[in-house]
Ligand binder design. Structure first.
Ligand SMILES: *[C@@H]1O[C@H](CO)[C@@H](O)[C@H](O)[C@H]1NC(C)=O
Ligand SMILES: *[C@@H]1O[C@H](CO)[C@@H](O)[C@H](O)[C@H]1NC(C)=O
Ligand SMILES: *[C@@H]1O[C@H](CO)[C@@H](O)[C@H](O)[C@H]1NC(C)=O
Length: 189
C-alpha cells in the first residue's frame, strides 16, 4: 500500500490538488480601527435605475468589518442573482464602473474557482456577494443585508483596508450596472 501511495500517479494527483489551492488564505483581521464610519453611495446615473448605499464600520471587538447594504431600483423582471464586490480603484465623477479595476484580492486568489461561502477565508477579499450571498429581489422590492466580514479592515495601510476602494453592483451576466466610492463619513475621537 505504501508503494502504491508513493506512485508517480498519486504524487501528481497530490500536486494538482495543491496547485489548485496555491494562494494565501485570508487572515482574520483583529485590529480594525474603531470609531470610523465609511459609506459608499451608488451613482445617480441616467442609464440604470439601481441605487443604493453601503455603510461599513468596525465591530466593537475590532474583528473584521461590519457592513450594512441597501440596494433598490432593480429591473422588476430580473430577481437576480446580482453579484456585488469591493473593487480596487475609485470611480471617477463620470460614473463609469469599468474604471473601478478588478476585485480587492491582495492575496492573489484570482477569480476561479467560484467562492465557497462555507470557506470564506479562501475567497477574494472583495467578493462580498460570494461570501455573504448575492442580491435577490422580489419585483420592486428593496434588498437589505447586514453582516460582518472577518477578513476586511477599516485600518489605513492594511492590505484589507476598504476605505479607499469602490463597490460595483453587477448584472447576473457580469455587466457592471452601478458603483460608488467609499468615503469617510464620520470619525469619532
Ligand atoms: C505557489 O506559490 C508559491 C509561493 O507563493 C510560488 O512560488 C509558486 O510559483 C506557486 N505555484 C503555482 C503553481 O502557482
Ligand atoms: C452608463 O453611463 C455611464 C456614464 O454615466 C457610462 O460610463 C457607462 O458606460 C454606461 N453604461 C452602460 C451599460 O451603458
Ligand atoms: C488604498 O490604501 C491601500 C493601503 O491601505 C494602498 O495600498 C492603496 O494603494 C490605496 N489605493 C488607492 C486607490 O488609493
Amino acid at each position: 500500500m505504501r508503494l502504491a501511495l508513493a506512485s508517480p500517479m498519486a504524487l501528481s494527483l497530490a500536486s494538482t490538488v495543491l496547485a489548485a489551492s496555491n494562494f494565501t488564505e485570508a487572515p482574520i483581521i483583529t485590529n480594525s480601527q474603531q470609531g470610523v464610519l465609511y459609506e459608499a453611495t451608488l451613482f445617480s446615473k441616467q442609464n440604470t435605475s439601481i441605487r443604493g448605499v453601503v455603510t461599513a464600520w468596525a465591530p466593537s471587538n475590532a474583528i473584521g468589518v461590519k457592513f450594512h447594504v441597501d440596494f433598490w431600483g432593480f429591473p422588476p423582471d430580473v430577481r437576480g442573482p446580482y453579484p456585488y464586490h469591493i473593487h480596487l480603484d475609485r470611480v471617477p465623477q463620470d460614473g463609469n464602473c469599468y474604471s473601478a479595476g478588478g476585485h480587492l484580492d491582495p492575496y492573489d486568489r484570482g477569480e476561479q474557482p467560484a467562492c465557497d461561502p462555507n470557506q470564506p477565508q479562501t475567497c477574494q477579499l472583495g467578493d462580498l456577494s460570494g461570501k455573504h450571498s448575492p442580491v435577490y429581489v422580489a419585483p420592486n422590492a428593496q434588498f437589505e443585508a447586514e453582516y460582518t466580514d472577518l477578513f476586511l479592515s477599516t485600518t489605513k495601510g492594511s492590505d484589507a483596508y476598504i476605505g479607499n476602494r469602490s463597490i460595483v453592483v453587477h448584472a447576473p451576466d457580469g455587466t457592471r450596472l452601478n458603483c460608488g466610492n467609499f468615503v469617510l463619513l464620520e470619525e469619532v475621537e
